[in-house]
Design a protein. Structure first.
Length: 247
């Protein structure tokens, strides 16, 4: 089970474990490509561990066009309690991003795929939209993710939907390689992506980027609880360390 037991965050944030940004390679005709790989001490999805508070290996690959359209494939190892024995999550993202002055609007559709989930209906899609506003070195962003009613989100009462709201602050400390982040989100339920009727997650983080390497440290917590088969509370607060390389 994903959120009962549970990186564009729009849905892929610092707490998911994105690789650091890198200069995209120009393929011509307005198309560019970049990607990255990250090792995290714990994969948290909206505050809830997907790896039973153990390490995860993650990677991403993005194609983008100068028009603003982009496509991303992102993947992570997960624990088998997330979705009926699946040991990996693969996200397919198609979106459009536009910057107007100091404001950036980003929206699209995210499809969650869980290979090896034993044939159950585990995959689902989730449209998202975010608006980010820069104030000098500080950027404030609000995000909304809404997954329409789907069988994969059911908790036994037929198809369920899911709504997630989040606010993020990020700041680059001038003349240093250090960035700071703060996050607050709320999942509305009940659905397979919530703990009971809903819960709130939050986090604080810092990262240092040198060339194409980024080292990060974050504290992530929720106001809920979920006990995994090993006896750990996947929703309990904890420190998440990450090491990412962009290419």
């Amino acid at each position: 089970m994903r959120a009962f037991m549970l990186s564009l965050a729009t849905t892929l944030s610092l707490f998911v474990g994105l690789a650091p940004p890198a200069a995209a390679a120009d393929l011509g005709n307005g198309i560019s490509v970049n990607g990255g790989a990250t090792l995290v001490s714990d994969y948290r999805f909206r505050g809830i561990s997907q790896t039973d508070k153990r390490f995860a290996v993650q990677g991403s690959f993005t194609l983008a066009h100068t028009s603003g359209f982009y496509g991303t494939v992102w993947g992570s190892s997960i624990d088998d309690y997330v979705y009926n024995g699946a040991d990996q999550e693969i996200d397919f993202i198609a979106g459009y991003k536009k910057t107007l002055g100091s404001t950036t609007i980003d929206g699209g559709i995210l499809y969650y795929y869980y290979p090896g989930s034993g044939g159950i209906d585990s995959d689902f899609f989730e449209p998202y939209v975010s608006v980010a506003q820069a104030f000098g070195p500080v950027t404030a962003k609000v995000t909304a993710n809404y997954a329409p009613k789907q069988s994969a989100l059911s908790i036994g009462d037929g198809k369920e939907d899911s709504l997630y709201f989040a606010g993020d602050l990020s700041a680059a400390i001038p003349n240093t390689p250090v960035s700071l982040t703060a996050h607050l989100g709320h999942s509305f339920g009940p659905s397979y992506l919530t703990i009971g009727k809903g819960y709130t997650d939050w986090g604080l983080g810092a990262s240092v980027t040198v060339k194409n390497l980024t080292v990060g440290l974050a504290y992530v917590d929720t106001d809920g609880a979920f006990i995994t088969p090993s006896g750990r509370d996947a929703a309990k607060g904890g420190v998440v360390a990450s090491l990412g390389v962009a290419f």
